[in-house]
Structures are given as structure tokens and as C-alpha cells.
Design a protein around this ligand. Sequence first.
Ligand SMILES: *[C@@H]1O[C@H](CO)[C@@H](O)[C@H](O)[C@H]1NC(C)=O
Ligand SMILES: *[C@@H]1O[C@H](CO)[C@@H](O)[C@H](O)[C@H]1NC(C)=O
Ligand SMILES: *[C@@H]1O[C@H](CO)[C@@H](O)[C@H](O)[C@H]1NC(C)=O
Ligand SMILES: *[C@@H]1O[C@H](CO)[C@@H](O)[C@H](O)[C@H]1NC(C)=O
Ligand SMILES: *[C@@H]1O[C@H](CO)[C@@H](O)[C@H](O)[C@H]1NC(C)=O
Length: 427
Amino acid sequence: MKFHAIEFPPNGKNTSQNSFKRLFLTLTLIFFTSIPLYLIRKSQSPLPPQEIDISSLRKNREVLKKCDIFKGKWVPHPEGPYYTNETCPLIIDQHNCMKFGRPDTEFMRWRWKPDECELPYFDAVQFLELVRGKSMAFLGDSVGKNQMHSLLCLLSSVASPEDVSSKYSSDTTYFTHWFYADYNFTLASLWSPFLVTSRDADLNGYSYDSYMSLYIDEADKGWTGEIEGYDYVIISAGHWFFRPLYLHEKGQLVGCHKCSVKNITSLSVYHGYRMAFRTAFRTLLSLKRYKGVTFLRTFSPAHFENADWDKGGNCLRTKPFTNQERKSDDYIWEFYLTQVEEVRAAEDEGRKRGLQFVLLNTTEIMWLRPDGHPSQFGHSRHRNETVNDCVHWCLPGPIDTWNELLLYMMKMGVLKGRERKLMKNYI
Ligand SMILES: *[C@@H]1O[C@H](CO)[C@@H](O)[C@H](O)[C@H]1NC(C)=O
Ligand SMILES: *[C@@H]1O[C@H](CO)[C@@H](O)[C@H](O)[C@H]1NC(C)=O
Ligand SMILES: *[C@@H]1O[C@H](CO)[C@@H](O)[C@H](O)[C@H]1NC(C)=O
Ligand SMILES: *[C@@H]1O[C@H](CO)[C@@H](O)[C@H](O)[C@H]1NC(C)=O
Ligand SMILES: *[C@@H]1O[C@H](CO)[C@@H](O)[C@H](O)[C@H]1NC(C)=O
């Protein structure tokens, strides 16, 4: 039995109560079909509970773990995307490649195909039932916000949210909040590109490559004050760490990255990156009221070719890479590995506190999609000007897959929670 068989009716109007009951029943079914026959036959004489516990739990895990949805390939999907720039009213110019003249559309016609199963389609009704009465925040930089906008579009065929940003924050450019009244669901994007406290530190003022100071053991107060109430947090960070940075710890300067100052210790870009995630995870683990599920969405690769991003580099491909074409940009895997190590440590700590940390392992998946960025059809978020953007992702486009993966992992989480409860009751 595979997990993808567990689907609610696509257009069913379930209450969340019903959805949970259904999951519960399915799980019970998995549970009972995975008890070896000899145990059932012998069940007239009661067995020591430990024996049942170990064998059936192990089998259960096997069922749940059978498909690694992050391992697979992109396959043609002639049906095309879930929405267009005309049917989704919430695409912003930064992601609206078609509006700014992108001529090709093949990049919208691919689907992620895990090797061992099918990735279920995004079911907006099912998603909204799962999050009824809950809240979700995308915490990180503008690529995190990119995923939130994909989600807004995926949900737009079912429900229209109200922009309630001004109720939460005076800074509605960087902190946006949407409310789905029919589902009492709040969706937010909290901008914090370094996750930790940061300040401009350049005598010449702010620019694309000006110095910034990071306080790598202090979580950014922009999000710490608000995050406790969220049920789901999708955390990510990336490209801002390539800037010249002064790194501070316990208030003291401990080193710098990309700096020309001779008497300051030079630290690799990975040090600041690792510490930012460590600090963010520790902060979540230390917040008394935080009960949320934390997803780490791993590093999203950029695809500048021919030159660096600030020297005319672009990304003009119109098809995914095949596995043979893959180049090795080592820094991408180093960023990714750093994150995976930190989230594994958080998982261990989280287990003690009953907090779930989940990996959204998207780096390799997206590395295969150099065709998914706006390139010269990109648009600045703040000014009316085109930019050559190989960092963000077009909507619709391959980033919609992140939300298919997110929904899948959310359902897995519910199942696992039910499994634990069921085992407890049984023992
Ligand atoms: C993440 O997914 C890639 C394939 O897309 C796989 O090679 C890698 O092992 C996965 N990482 C983890 C930690 O599961
Ligand atoms: C959608 O894209 C088309 C080009 O495919 C463009 O002409 C149109 O203006 C865009 N509409 C919106 C609302 O962005
Ligand atoms: C809406 O959800 C919030 C939690 O996000 C909860 O506190 C509140 O009671 C809910 N309101 C209604 C009317 O269900
Ligand atoms: C580095 O040298 C400059 C000028 O010589 C001095 O002002 C600064 O305090 C020094 N920094 C450190 C960390 O020693
Ligand atoms: C943005 O710039 C274009 C081209 O310069 C112009 O046609 C358009 O009216 C401008 N839009 C806004 C909202 O200012």
C-alpha cells in the first residue's frame, strides 16, 4: 500500500474532523494489514505487548517510508500548469514572466516524478481543510515569498484571501499577511533574509554589494516576536549570504566574509550560513508557546550562466537539465549539506520537546530547472524596471512543485502523529 493512495475526494467538502477520521481509518488499515498473520493466529493466547509493538511499528514505518518523493526526475506534462497569469490575480510583477514578454511556455509543462511513486496533485480543498483554523508562515528571503505566492495561486481556484497585512505590521512590503475567512486560515510571509540580526555596515551606504553586519547568535526580532503562534513555519535563506559580511558573536566581531580588511579573521560563507540556521532553530526550540511544525526548505540554486549575476549573466534555457548535463557547482551542495546538518540537530532536540522539524529537500530538484527563472523577463520588486533574474522563479512554474511537496509532507506528518497515538493506545 502506498501513501499516494490515501486521497480525499478531489472536490469533496470534508470537514477537517472527517479528514482526520479518514486518515485515522486508513492508518488503522495499514496497521492491521501489516501485522504478520502468525500474530493474529496466535492471538487467542495474549502476547506480550512489546512483541506486537516492535514488529508492527517497524512494518508501519516501512509503509510510510517506502517512497522518497525527493528522488526522481522531471517528466513532460502536456496538461500544463494549475493556473495562468490571467486566472491567478495574485501574481506580482517580480514573478510574472509572461507579462514581461517571456515567449516560451514549455517550462510550465513538466512535473516532478518520484522514482518510487506518484507525487499527488495539489488539491486546494484538501490543503485548506488541513489548515482550517491554523496559520502558516514563510520565514526567510524573497524566494520564500516566491513560494507563498505560488501557494496563493494554487489556492486561488477555491478561495480568495483578504490582504490583512496592515493589521499586523506597519511594514507591509516585507511582512505580508493573508486571511482565508472561509477556513479561518492565516498565511504570512515574514521577511528576514539572514534569519539573524543584521545591519548595514558600509560607510558608502547600502548597495547590492555593500558590507553588512550579522549578529550570528541573535535571531532577528522581526520574526521572533510573531512566530510563536504559527502552526506551520517554512524556513529558508540563501543568496544574501554571498555579500561582504562582518560576523559578530556575543556582540564581538569574530570575522568577516569577502572583506579586504587585513586584521580581521576571514571566515567562509558557510560559517555564517550554518550559524544563522542554528540560531533560528534554537530560537524556535526555546520559545515556550511555539507548537508549530517547522519545514526547512533547502537552498534554492540560481542559474546564472556566461557571467556572474552582476556582470550580465543570464539563464536562457528553455528545458530542464538532463542528468548528464548537470554541472557541479560545489557551493550549492555545501550550502545544502550545511542546512541538512543543522536541521538534523534540530530534529533531535525537537523530539525531546515534541516539536517536528521536516526537510523539504528541493535543492537538487531545482538545480535541474535552469529554465524556471525569469532571466531577462524579470522585474524589480521595488522599482518599475526589468532585471535579469536567475534567482526567483516564474509563476506558474517549477516552484509550484514545492507546494505539492509541502502538502505531501504535511499529510505524512498527520499520519505519523496518528501512528504514534495509535501505538500508544494499543500498548
Ligand atoms: C535530497 O534529494 C536528493 C535527490 O533529489 C537526494 O540525492 C538526497 O540524498 C536527498 N537528501 C536527503 C537528506 O534525503
Ligand atoms: C499574462 O501574460 C500575457 C502574455 O502571455 C500578457 O499579454 C498579459 O498582459 C498577462 N496578464 C497579466 C494579468 O499579467
Ligand atoms: C480561528 O483560528 C484561531 C487560531 O488560528 C482560533 O484562535 C480562533 O478561535 C478561530 N476562530 C474561529 C471562529 O473558529
Ligand atoms: C584593524 O585595524 C584598524 C586600523 O588599523 C583598527 O581600527 C581596527 O580596530 C582593527 N580591528 C581589529 C579587529 O583588530
Ligand atoms: C513602467 O515602465 C514602462 C516602460 O517604461 C511604462 O510603459 C509603464 O507605464 C510603467 N508602469 C508604471 C506602473 O509606472
